[in-house]
Design a protein around this ligand. Sequence first.
Ligand code: ZN
Ligand code: ZN
Length: 344
Amino acid sequence: MKRIILTLLLLALMPMYAYAGQKTEEKVYFIDVGQADCTLIESNGLYMLIDSGEEEDGETVKKYLRDRGVDRLTYVIATHPHEDHIGGMDDVIDSFQTDNVIMPKVSAATYCFENMANAIIKSKAKVIEPVVGASYSLGDFTFTVLGPKEYDTEEMNNNSVAIKLVNKNDSFIFTGDAEAQEENDIINSGIDISADVLRVGHHGSKSSTSDAFLNKVAPKYAVISVGKDNAYDHPADTTVEKLNNKKIKIYRTDIHNTITAVSTGNGITFTQSSDGGGARQSSEAVGSGTKTVQTFILNKHSMKFHKDTCIYGKKTSPENKLIYTGYSDTVKSFGYTPCKVCDP
Ligand SMILES: [Zn+2]
Ligand SMILES: [Zn+2]
């Protein structure tokens, strides 16, 4: 009899165990796309992508998403129309069913913006203009729009879509490339912006992460998306110093490659991966044909260079494009890093 009762008890408990075992963990992947930005957010099989890296990161981002089993993006946020944020958007939106695109109501006269706009039109995704305070859900996550409050005609970075992402007691802040001015508007919105993780604005540039903003967010962790030895000297020493002074643990894509934050709703743990996926190879990758004279396409904005046959080189916006004929090593000495797709 005792045995029967025990068996019944076990049977009754089993579904609970099974349920507990299936409890999903919410994940935020800060994908290493060099001097650019790209974050994938996952909850209960639903996905959101914030930015897409540069043009030439399109393939890397697509592969990373496919490796994780993504076939549909519930939300895509295109923070602002700079190439290092939306360059890969056309590739992504063309390849994954995209339900909603949240983007500021500003445009840029660039190829990459035009390519993204065309991809969105083709995809039939719903375009949502950010409204401060509006909230959306993605599985166990909810996110609230923090900015932009109004559009800045002088500084495109201040038009960045900023959000606070929450899973029960865990929270993250993303501000794109928002500078101090937009950070101020966010503080003045009165929305609670305290968070565990700050995705540091504008790749750690000194024009972002104002003292007032950092004090309000008061994060435990900071994530900086930057390329190794980038031409902009990001992150700024002053930003790193500020974070260090507050004993905030810093993760950087140039040091840790792709960084994954796992949120249980009651604590966040970080793993840094060099497991490939999206991890970009070091720009010191051995180039072939460094000793032959070739024609290269140089991108003044991303500071990347390509063979003149590279599709990513061809997609470079005319205003950023330079043509150079000579040795690959010479182009590198100008401070340009080789495209990892065409390996010039
Ligand atoms: Zn920007
Ligand atoms: Zn940027």
